[in-house]
Each structure stands twice: as C-alpha cells, then as structure tokens.
Design a protein around this ligand. Structure first.
Ligand SMILES: CC(C)(COP(=O)(O)OP(=O)(O)OC[C@H]1O[C@@H](n2cnc3c(N)ncnc32)[C@H](O)[C@@H]1OP(=O)(O)O)[C@@H](O)C(=O)NCCC(=O)NCCS
Length: 177
C-alpha cells in the first residue's frame, strides 16, 4: 500500500521513518506492552552483531538501496514486532478511521490508564512472512491484556492479514470466509 501511495524516494522515506520513530519505539518498549518474536537459531552475519545481540548496517547516504539490500543489512534475530509508520497519508487515514467509526466513544475510550491498549502497527521481516508470527503475537497479546486486567485493545489496521486476524481472532482464514 505504501509503495503505491508514496512511490517516490522510498529508500529515503525508510531511513526518515527509522530516525523519526526512535523515541516512539523507546516509549513503546518502556511501556512493557511491546512484544517481539526472536529467531533462536539466527546465525549472525558479522561477529560484531553477535556482541550486541544484533545490529543494523544501513548506510543512510545510500539512497538507491533496494528493499532486499536493506533487509540483508539487518543482522538481528528479532523477526516480528509492532511497528509505527510515518508517511504523509498516515495522519489522513487515521483521521478517516475516526470519522467512519460510528460507535459512541464513551463505549470504548479509556477514562484512565490501564484500561485500553492503544495498539500501533505490527510488522514481520519480509523473509519471515506467512509463518503465522503476527497471528501468534496477536493471540498472545489478547490473552496477556486480559490477564493484566485491560478491558480492550484498540487496533487500527492497514493490512488485510492484520484485519483478518483481529476481526476473527479465533478463526482460520478458511473458517472466516
Ligand atoms: C502484515 C504483516 C504484519 C503480516 O505478518 P505475518 O507474520 O506474515 O502474518 P501471519 O503469517 O501471522 O498472518 C497469517 C494470517 O493472515 C492471513 N492473511 C495473509 N494474507 C492475507 C490477506 N491478504 N487477506 C486476508 N488474510 C490474509 C493468513 O491466511 C493467516 O490467517 P489464518 O491462519 O487464519 O489463515 C506483514 O506482512 C508485514 O509486516 N507487512 C508490512 C508492514 C505492514 O503492512 N504492517 C501492518 C500494518 S497494520
């Protein structure tokens, strides 16, 4: 979707997004409500990555790096996690979500902390997609949120697979159809 909405300067957008979301990712991790899936059999490509349990080797001056090259330069066993995305269309889309949501906000909005988890995007490394990792984490999160006493999770999705998993958390795709 993003490739169609913003076809220009994609490599630069990727770097800009990475730089811009640093504080948001830190805040999400510090919330204690962010989860990730790690490949326990990951073979580090470089010894210096092993020393830090993972490293990123993007050269942000390389504005023609392909998505395959960018993926190859992520030497880290973290393969699936929540993600935040920053693109011009992003704000417009979220505004639209709120316009089309006809529920009475009082029926779901939190009145204080510890009630509703406002979930951000989720992402799986391209070479680990289709293995059920995003679905597994969604199921984990539903159980974890209930165990911690939350009464709901707010999820705004931008991908049909995420839509499917959150709309039908207890069904497989063929059941849902
Ligand atoms: C979207 C994304 C997170 C999916 O991650 P993933 O780990 O490959 O997802 P899973 O393997 O867990 O998904 C499996 C489920 O989605 C379903 N699915 C996959 N593609 C689908 C599609 N196009 N439409 C409907 N359902 C789909 C599968 O059938 C499966 O459900 P099932 O087990 O009930 O049959 C991943 O492709 C990604 O990171 N994309 C780029 C970033 C992005 O778009 N993030 C989402 C923003 S909300």
């Amino acid at each position: 979707m993003w490739a169609i909405a913003h076809p220009d300067n994609q490599t630069k957008r990727c770097y800009d997004m990475y730089n811009a979301i640093d504080y948001l990712v830190r805040a999400a991790i510090e919330s204690g409500l962010t989860y990730g899936v790690f490949d326990k059999e990951w073979m580090f490509k470089r010894p210096e990555s092993a020393a830090t349990d993972g490293a990123l080797y993007w050269d942000q001056t390389d504005l023609i790096a392909t998505s395959e090259q960018l993926l190859e330069q992520i030497d880290c066993p973290l393969v699936s996690i929540y993600f935040l995305e920053i693109f011009p269309l992003f704000a417009t889309m979220h505004e639209h979500f709120h316009t089309i949501d006809k529920r009475d906000p009082k029926s779901w909005e939190p009145t204080g902390p510890g009630q509703i988890i406002m979930r951000t995007e989720t992402s799986t490394r391209a070479d680990y997609e289709g293995m059920g990792l995003m679905k597994l984490m969604a199921h984990w999160e539903i159980k974890d949120a209930a165990a911690k006493g939350f009464r709901g999770i707010n999820m705004e999705t931008l991908h049909l697979a995420v839509d499917h998993v959150w709309m039908y958390p207890h069904k497989t795709k063929s059941d849902a159809n």
